[in-house]
Design a binder for this molecule. Structure first.
Ligand code: HEM
Length: 378
């Protein structure tokens, strides 16, 4: 039931030890009025500061207002604790320049170079209606009702200014972002997040997670860039794949999560080791080789994804997969090269499909009551 601090140098929900549940939402801004947008961001910030501490979204609350008016909180989180709720905002490219090239809010000159549109990757099957967006909010909590309540109230507050473009529920974390957490499993049954950037990796976080003023966009100093990808898994095909093949695909064993050839989860992979047959123990096209910093110019990611199952697809299959979430200082040097190498040769590709994509500039943290989300941008 613990509350996570809302105010700080960085936004919560990035290095915060990954909570169990996700409600992610992307919004379109439907007004052209800059003042209205900024006012909404102020109201969102105040509501977020309250909700993350386990309070109602508005000052009067779900039942404290006038009977003649709609309540300023929707009520479904009444009596529930903060549940580790974090709310993390991000700005998409189209906020700076929309699809028609218009600079609706007079901020086009502040578009960070690192927010360069992601390239098309081989195998991408992106659906535009569940991709991109002007704004996003990542709500993470240990209680799904708390995460859903938070997004719902932000959407309610934003009525007339924003509308939900798409939203995604995640029911189980697939990553750990702190060494104190046990590594969770993805829907392929493998431990995910073993070699992730973690809260304790202070030097690497400074180098590879947080943007700096000298990176080009001064307003992003202390912020981070977020890549979201909805990755569908064809679990039915996966479930008919032999264990040894599954392990070869990742380059790790399924039970312990150790790199092939090693005994323990956190042992270092030995990419040079060869088996009796003369072939590499960790295949040339294994996921952990292709994604490893040694083969990507030292690039690390802070992954924070969630499992999803959104019912079935009408063809006898679960609509299941990984909602991939990764934070970094510069996607051009981190997500893009890693995903390029995965898209080109990862044996995992036979079992997955990227169906949605988003790229977001997540500003630094809100420092106190006089500050609000996006203050340095507007
Ligand atoms: C590692 C699963 C997509 C980047 C891993 C591991 C698993 C895994 C089981 C090994 C445990 C660990 O170190 O976390 C998956 C699944 C995916 C997927 C099931 C898709 C459904 C991606 C994508 C990226 C990515 C799209 C980035 C573009 C990484 C990185 C590592 C990793 C950087 C750590 C490599 C290392 O340093 O050893 N993934 N992954 N993964 N994955 Fe993925």
């Amino acid at each position: 039931g613990d509350a996570v601090a809302f105010f700080g140098e960085h936004q919560a929900g990035i290095v915060t030890p990954a909570q169990d549940r996700l409600h992610f939402a992307a919004f379109d801004v439907i007004t052209k009025d800059r003042a209205k947008l900024v006012e909404m961001l102020r109201e969102w910030t105040a509501a977020a500061a309250r909700m993350t501490q386990g309070r109602d979204a508005g000052l009067l609350g779900a039942v404290g207002g006038q009977a003649e008016a709609p309540p300023d909180d929707t009520g479904e989180a009444l009596g529930l604790p903060a549940s580790g709720l974090t709310l993390t905002i991000g700005f998409g490219r189209t906020l700076f320049r929309d699809a028609a090239g218009a600079d609706r809010f007079a901020i086009a000159d502040r578009l960070p170079a690192a927010l360069e549109a992601l390239p098309h990757f081989p195998g991408d099957a992106l659906r535009p209606e569940i991709s991109d967006g002007d704004l996003c909010v990542q709500a993470c909590a240990n209680d799904p009702q708390v995460a859903v309540h938070a997004i719902r109230n932000l959407a309610r507050i934003g009525f007339g200014v924003v509308s939900i473009r798409y939203s995604q529920l995640g029911f189980g974390r697939t990553s750990s972002t702190s060494r104190e957490q046990a590594t969770a499993r993805n829907l392929m049954g493998f431990k995910d997040g073993t070699r992730n950037l973690k809260l304790e990796d202070t030097d690497l976080l400074r180098e590879q997670l947080w943007a700096r003023a000298e990176d080009g966009a001064a307003w992003m100093a202390g912020g981070s860039y977020l890549v979201t990808r909805r990755i569908r898994m064809t679990v039915e095909t996966w479930d008919r794949t032999p264990l040894a093949e599954q392990e070869a695909i990742f380059g790790r064993d399924k039970g312990e999560g150790a790199p092939l050839g090693q005994a323990k989860e956190f042992d270092e992979p030995d990419f040079a080791a060869k088996g009796a047959d003369g072939e590499p123990v960790i295949a040339k096209q294994a996921h952990i080789r292709l994604a490893h910093p040694d083969f990507n110019n030292g690039a690390h990611l802070l992954r924070r994804g969630y499992n999803f199952v959104d019912g079935s697809d009408g063809l006898g299959r679960l609509d299941a997969g990984l909602f991939f979430i990764a934070y970094q200082r510069d996607p051009r040097k981190q997500f893009v090269p890693v995903q390029r190498s995965l898209a080109r040769s990862d044996i995992l590709n036979e079992y997955i499909r990227h169906v949605s994509s988003g790229l977001w500039a997540c500003p630094p943290g809100v420092t106190g009551d006089g500050d609000h989300w996006g203050r340095a941008l507007f």
